[in-house]
Design a protein around this ligand. Structure first.
Ligand code: S3P
Length: 445
């Protein structure tokens, strides 16, 4: 597997109180979209606070390959000069570890008269692409691909027609791919999502001057993108990523005596399922300085060490916290009682099978865990009895599995070691330094 910035294994040891104020890195979902929308648009897009993680840098390189001028100005400021369309790339597009990157770019590129071949690292090559190929093929795109609809694959785009697509799984990536293709389809596109998923694409399409109609109907949310629309370059300020902020916040909740504030975190209601769940578990979390940044609600979140209790997490909450279940499972490991997470089958097709890896990692650290086809049940060690820890955890190159187990190690009896920590740079390049600044003992093993 290709491993960005590969370093030796890391160990997290029991740490003193975590204290301080930090800023979460830029939101990964919004960062990918800023680059892709900027490249599709006519004219200049200026971005502040872009996440300069490996996944997003792959999307930046891909947008250059499709003909946009993309320039890093330093400190998260980027400039994208779009040409109102994509041209045929000279070489294979390697999206690395990034499912969001490849699926959104497939949709964006499908509307143009070009051929492009896409690949990725071993993890991405094992993930399902048929979920985007199916609707895009229905619109008129053609694909050459390996059996099972996996990367590498070649897209032949152009001459798309309107689609009305009911999402078979709650996936913002699939919704976004169809809407982006709809920009260049005769008659546009309609997506119906029975369960609402993150709406950054709808918000950003509007920010780039497109008309998007969203209706809440009995069958779900119906999103209509009328055809024949172009995008115009704009300015974007990327808010802090709640999926990354979750790691220092949960670390503070489980480490005695801690108080940590993460500033500038995106509070989009379709992304804040973890906050609601932690509050139900008894977490002392407060949100302050709520403001609007570039069309998204943002605030500062403070977490203080808390006695947590197990809860049942409703299945319909899954889309609003799908990337946060690994770190929720860690919080559950410190709670009194049982936490049941159901309706989370999508976790099995992320950067790794996250249900299997969290179950294995927590069990290796001495916890009682039950794995279900679409669920995970964790019996907490209890507030005054930290988990045993002491395991060497296999992350299969999954950044969130690595960060979750490092957080677990900060409050377990014995240190927890993770392999492939270099993969953390895909979404949270400064993770180890930021946690160290708060007082966490995370070092090479
Ligand atoms: C994302 C959507 C989610 C999420 C991923 C980012 C997006 O994936 O897990 O990290 O930016 O649209 P799915 O669409 O597969 O649920």
């Amino acid at each position: 597997m290709s491993s960005p910035g590969q370093t030796a294994a890391l160990s997290a040891r029991r740490s003193g109180p975590l204290r301080g104020r930090v800023r979460a890195p830029g939101d990964k979902s919004i960062s990918h979209r800023a680059l892709i929308f900027g490249a599709l648009a006519e004219g200049l897009t200026e971005v502040e606070g872009l996440l300069e993680g490996e996944d997003v840098l792959r999307s930046a390189a891909a947008m250059r390959a499709f003909g946009a001028e993309v320039e890093a100005l330093g400190g998260g400021r980027w400039r994208i000069l779009g040409r109102g369309g994509f041209s045929e790339p000279d070489d294979v597009i390697d999206c690395g570890n990034a499912g969001t990157g490849v699926r959104l770019i497939l949709g964006a590129a499908a509307g143009f008269d070009l051929s492009a071949t896409f690949t990725g690292d071993a993890s991405l090559r094992s993930r399902p692409m048929n979920r985007v190929m199916k609707p895009l093929a229905e619109m008129g795109a053609r694909f050459l691909h390996r059996s099972g609809g996996r990367l590498p694959l070649t897209l032949r785009g152009g001459h798309l027609k309107r689609i009305e697509y009911v999402l078979p799984e709650p996936s913002a990536q699939v919704k976004s791919a169809v809407l982006l293709a709809g920009l260049h389809a005769v008659g546009g596109a309609v997506v119906i999502e029975p369960e609402p998923t993150r709406d950054h694409t709808e918000r950003m399409l509007r920010g780039f001057g497109a008309e998007v109609i969203v209706e809440d109907l009995p069958e779900g949310r119906r999103i209509t993108l009328p055809g024949g629309q172009g995008l115009t370059g704009t300015r974007i300020r990327v808010p802090g990523d709640p999926s990354s902020a979750a790691f220092p916040l949960v670390a503070a909740l489980i480490t005695p005596g801690s108080e940590v504030t993460v500033e500038g975190v995106l509070l989009n209601p379709l992304r804040n399922g973890l906050l609601a769940t932690l509050q139900e578990m008894g977490a002392d979390l407060s949100v302050s300085a709520v403001r609007d940044e570039g069309g998204e609600p943002v605030g500062d979140i403070t977490a203080r060490y808390s006695a947590l209790r197990g809860v049942d997490v409703p299945a319909d909450r899954a889309p609003s916290m799908i990337d946060e279940y690994p770190i929720l499972a860690v919080a559950a490991a410190f709670a009194e009682g049982v936490t049941r997470m159901r309706g989370i089958g999508e976790m099995r097709v992320k950067e790794s099978d996250r249900i299997a890896l969290m179950a294995a990692g927590l069990a290796a650290c001495g916890l009682v865990v039950e794995e279900e086809p679409e669920g995970l049940i964790v019996t907490g060690a209890g507030t005054n009895r930290p988990p045993v820890g002491g395991a060497a955890v296999t992350t299969r190159g999954d950044h969130r599995i690595a960060m979750s187990h490092l957080v677990l190690g900060l409050a377990s009896d014995a240190a927890v070691r993770v392999d492939e920590p270099g993969m953390i740079a895909t979404s949270f390049p400064g993770f180890v330094d930021m946690m160290g600044g708060l007082g966490a003992d995370i070092a090479s093993a």
